[in-house]
Design a protein around this ligand. Sequence first.
Ligand code: ATP
Ligand code: ZN
Length: 226
Amino acid sequence: PATESKRLRIAMQKSGRLSVDSQALFTSCGLKINLREQRLIAHVENMDIDILRVRDDDIPGLVMDGVCDLGIVGENVLEEESLQRKLDNDSFDYTVLKRLDFGGCRLSIAVPQEENYSGAASLEGKTIATTYPRLLARYLKQQGVNARIVNLKGSVEVAPRAGLADAICDLVSTGATLEANGLKEVDVIYRSKAVLIQRKGLTDERQLKLINKLMPRINGVMQANE
Ligand code: ATP
Ligand code: ZN
């Protein structure tokens, strides 16, 4: 029925590098979530909010298609999806409500340790494996470099050893994984953090009020963590 209030839907990563921090942020903001329930949808007990727990890759699309109202996702995944949707002429609108203080990482070019590297020009004519083909293509275009991009969903760091690529473009936080695979980080092409995003065209007054109530809490939690 039209009179029934719509619950605010927030998408977060189900399990992975963003889940613990996302859940902690919600909890710090006073949301009472049943953490033991490993279900897709978790109802917040004390507010009109439902938490949807999904793959991080699905979060930008859920918000851009208006299926979820808010989402927490890495800028790397968000930007990659936006670039892809622009190419496909799909909707790619959203608003960033807040850049968060977790999920920090960089998208970097890495090459075998014994390789000489003197800037992006060294990639000319090479094959580069990545999970982020659009971000990499944008970088290569900016640098005026022609290279072949191999799109891998996983195990990117083993691609050079497996003879699938000359270089990789992958997420790095400490560099330990690269080193373990005989690779060295040579260029950073994108710096990312987790962001809280909102769908375009959210007009329900109760939902907007709820967001206006949450934002100062998020700011407060982040200030307290500084
Ligand atoms: P899912 O199963 O949800 O698809 P995933 O394996 O794709 O998970 P994770 O490895 O959990 O993703 O990473 C989620 C996000 O965490 C990344 O997209 C990135 O924004 C951030 N992140 C922070 N540090 C790192 C890192 N060292 N490596 C990879 N991602 C990182
Ligand atoms: Zn993912």
